[in-house]
Write a protein that binds this ligand. Structure first.
Ligand code: S3P
Length: 426
């Protein structure tokens, strides 16, 4: 499906909520299914990725249902999971595939998990190897250790593991396996990546502890809980960036998740010159949230190095757009993981923004954007990747003329209603 967006000269104004957090929604469903008792996630994100997780859990015999804006999971512990009738379909969602693989590594049955063409290109060796070390039989059937995955779970033993990549999905998979393993599972080196799993495990009374550079879990049963889900800061970021770029904007976003392992983009926006104000800060279900207010600003280029990347991993494509409109050079390095996301996000953003007149240089692990460059409307492609589609929509709003974004339907992966919400504040 094509989306046509015209450049605008007016600002973005209003006060809105963004959809619930995707990462927390996935985790509430999966951990709720491993717990004893009822877990509710409110509001639950009804996006394609989270619905993939729910469909997989149902095929595993987990009883759950959507009630109004909430998800209700009738947790019966890991013993309540059943061998599925056929392969599980994780759709486009690597979070579904990798987190479920961790949970399934301890289950006494065989299970296959598949994905769509994009997910089938994503690397799985990172989870296959440590889950095998823990004692599970795991195989990635695709060439080069890619999906589908076949898991024959069994008795697991804890491991002491140093993460080779800063990935929350890998860390979470190992923690889910560790919950069901003998002894202690120690995961080192993943501290910069999002810590929603650790926070929710603590909320559900897992035996979890934190050391300087490690998180440690022991076999424990979880208790079902009420999980209040804040707005997704990654979804909020598209609106914040557009408001910063369009002159005359003043935008307020209510109840956005402000977990520090996710909020790196806010400090980058601030260092570029857009003042993002936080208010009404509070915690619920172990996760911080608050309101954000931003106005238009004259932006300057920024350098973002490796250690700052994990806390804004999904916002890096958007930074390429800001970099085109900011004065000076915007340099991103140490973001090689972007090449193995839903698309090769470095190549995709450099190619598509170039069609709009952007001047970018592609680096192996990042890019340099030279600005300020006026953007002009063009025909561009989402590469089937929701974050590329929405980043290009932000570029289109501050471009001159009409932009046509093909493959727009992928926006439903994380942000159903994005176009309507944009219209309401323009
Ligand atoms: C996610 C972790 C990140 C992120 C993805 C969601 C999660 O991936 O890019 O959109 O919910 O754990 P990695 O763990 O591969 O960095």
């Amino acid at each position: 499906m094509d989306m046509v967006i015209n450049g605008v000269t007016r600002g973005m104004r209003g006060e809105v909520r963004v959809p619930p957090d995707k990462s927390i929604s996935h985790r509430a469903a999966i951990l709720g299914a491993l717990a004893e008792g009822v877990t509710t996630a409110r509001p639950f994100l009804r996006s394609a990725d989270c619905l993939s997780t729910l469909a997989c859990l149902r095929s595993l015999g987990v009883e759950l249902g959507l009630e109004g804006e909430a998800l209700r999971v009738e947790g019966r512990g890991p013993g309540g999971w059943r061998e599925p009738q056929g392969p599980l379909d994780a759709g486009n969602s690597a979070t579904t595939m990798r987190l479920l693989a961790g949970a399934l590594a301890a289950m006494p049955f065989r299970c296959e998990i598949r994905g769509d063409s994009s997910l089938s290109r994503r690397p799985m060796a990172r989870i296959v190897e440590p889950l095998r070390d823990m004692g599970a039989e795991v195989e990635a059937l695709g060439e080069g250790s890619r999906p589908p995955l076949v898991i024959r779970g069994g008795r697991l033993r804890g491991i002491d593991y140093e993460m080779p990549v800063d990935s929350a999905q890998l860390k979470s998979a190992l923690l889910m396996a560790g919950l069901q393993a003998e002894g202690e599972t120690r995961v080192r080196g993943g501290k910069a990546s999002r810590d929603h799993t650790e926070r929710m495990l603590a909320l559900m009374e897992a035996d979890i502890s934190f050391q300087e550079d490690a998180v440690v879990v022991r076999r424990s049963s979880l208790r079902g809980r009420e999980v209040a889900v804040p707005g997704d800061i990654s979804s909020a970021s598209f609106l914040l960036a557009a408001a910063a770029l369009l002159p005359g904007s003043r935008l307020v976003l209510r109840e956005v998740g402000l977990n520090p392992t996710r909020a790196g983009f806010l400090s980058v926006l601030n260092s570029m010159g857009a003042l993002v104000m936080e208010s009404s800060y509070r915690e619920s279900a172990n996760e911080p949230r608050g309101d954000l207010e931003v106005g238009s600003a004259v932006l300057s280029g920024v350098e973002v190095e490796g250690w700052r990347i994990p806390a804004m991993i999904d916002e890096v494509p958007l930074l390429a757009v800001l970099g085109c409109r900011a004065k000076g050079e915007t340099v991103v390095r140490g973001a090689g993981e972007l090449r193995v996301k839903e698309s090769d996000r470095i190549a995709a953003m450099c190619a598509e923004l170039a069609r709009m007149g952007g001047r970018l240089e592609e680096l192996e692990d990042g890019f340099v954007a030279y600005g300020p460059t006026p953007l002009k409307g063009a025909r561009v492609d989402s590469h089937g990747d929701h974050r590329i589609a929405m980043s290009l929509a932000v570029a289109a709003l501050c471009a001159e003329g009409e932009t046509v974004i093909s493959g727009w339907e992928c926006v439903d992966i994380s942000f159903p209603g994005f176009a309507e919400l944009l219209r309401s504040i323009l």
